[in-house]
Design a protein around this ligand. Structure first.
Ligand code: CS2
Ligand code: MG
Length: 406
């Protein structure tokens, strides 16, 4: 039995290089440390409190090698299981422990998971614009940069601040107000606009580029069925979050009416959120993440379950998941047999300075690098330059004022 790696200390580092991040650093008695991401956009302080009040005290003295036992302890021992705060706190611990184990063995994390299943991880970037023409120009920019897959979001006539259209073309950060900014949504205007966008993109770029689109929970199941049918001529790689996924039966209705592929799950925090969708084959890609679903330990179980029904992974990768999550996701993506695609919203230079990492982009793919561990770290001196800034995600109302899904 190898000697234990006793957890000597663990602490939370909150930093805000343009947006807030929550990082957990776990140090062992043999000097090896690991870092994990616990960020929850707009609710960061809840995860900090959970980690500092309910997790860290229970970690001290444990053997850092016992990743599975610690995961089960934190999941079953909470009694009040699941939920975004609990599972992101567990994820931060899990990412840090996998980092420690791989570092102690001197291997990149993907080696511990089962070794590489592919050379490079296919990613998609985010193109957006105020109108169809500007969005198409942005898609061209991503294709010229080497991306093989691009998500396209465009303005909706008559709708101020529609989802996914950002002020800054390279970096999209929706959390902008200390209190939620109110936005307006019009489904009829959107259902008219979306097919026009993808008709224009196919006319300009042909059938080869993979085009993705995020509906962001805005439609009812039948409206989503209408959208999917209207997009079929343009061969989308997927339409994402077409309808809120609490109503998992709703996806069966969408499936009956359209073959446009469906992706869902960035807001999921355990297998239980996705089980029915997977078993009924109501989705094609699962967006669950290392961060949202309790770490590597649980996400690999979800992926193996999904593989039985030929559902592929399509991990969420927005800027509100730190480079530590990006690094862990890429090791997971390098290993996972039923890989689909990885979202890649580039972080800013300020964020990258706080979180040095080994991954790199080339020819439309991300490569995790071969540094021992997950290959990401936190520069604490750099992090200290960016104190926490209270920020929340927007809310959405319909044109008559009815609260809707942002
Ligand atoms: C979006 C996210 O990237 C996506 O697919 O759904 O950017 C989402 O809006 C943010 O992560 C919310 O914080
Ligand atoms: Mg999304």
């Amino acid at each position: 039995m190898p000697p234990p790696l006793r957890i000597r200390s663990a602490r939370v580092i909150v930093t805000s290089p343009g947006r807030n991040f929550v990082t957990l650093k776990i140090e062992t008695d043999q000097g090896v440390y690991g870092v994990g991401d616990g960020t929850l956009n707009g609710r960061e302080t809840a995860v900090v409190a959970y980690l500092e009040g309910h997790v860290i005290p229970a970690l001290i003295g444990r053997d850092a090698r016992s990743i599975e036992d610690i995961w089960q302890y934190l999941y079953r021992g909470a009694y009040w299981r699941r939920g975004p705060v609990t599972m992101r706190a567990i994820a931060a611990v899990d990412m840090a422990l996998w980092d420690i184990k791989a570092k102690a063995l001197g291997v990149p994390l993907y080696d511990l998971l089962g070794g590489p299943s592919r050379d490079g991880v296919l990613v998609y970037g985010h193109a957006n614009g105020a109108d169809v023409e500007e969005t198409a120009d942005e898609v061209a920019r991503y294709l010229e940069a080497g991306y093989k897959a691009v998500r396209a979001q465009t303005g909706v006539p008559g709708v101020a601040k529609p989802y996914g259209v950002s002020r800054d073309k390279d970096f999209y950060e929706p959390a902008e107000g200390e209190l939620p900014v109110e936005t307006i949504w019009s489904t009829p205007a959107y259902l008219r606009q979306a097919p026009k966008l993808f008709e224009a993109l196919r006319l300009r770029f042909g059938d080869e580029p993979e085009l993705l689109h995020d509906v962001h929970h805005r439609l009812t199941p039948n409206e989503a069925a209408q959208l999917g049918k209207s997009l079929e001529p343009y061969r989308l790689f997927w339409m994402e979050d077409p309808t809120p996924a609490e109503n998992q039966e709703g996806f069966a209705h969408i499936r009956r009416h359209t073959t446009t592929p469906i992706a869902v799950g960035e807001v999921f925090n355990s297998l239980w959120d996705a089980k029915e969708l997977i078993q009924s084959q109501s989705i094609d890609y699962l967006r669950a993440t290392v961060l949202g679903c309790g770490g590597i330990t649980h996400l690999r179980r979800i992926a193996d379950f999904a593989a039985i029904w030929q559902v592929r992974t399509g991990c969420h990768g927005a800027t509100d998941l730190s480079p530590i999550t990006t690094a862990c996701a890429l090791h997971f993506d390098t290993w996972v047999p039923n890989f689909g695609i990885q979202e890649y919203m580039r972080h800013t230079a300020a964020t990258d300075a706080v979180f040095p990492h080994a991954y790199s982009f080339a020819d439309g793919r991300l490569h995790p690098g071969d540094a021992p561990g997950h290959g990401a770290d936190i520069d604490e001196a750099e992090a200290a330059k960016h104190p926490y800034v209270p920020r929340q995600l927007p809310v959405a109302r319909l044109t008559d004022g009815t609260m809707w899904n942002w």
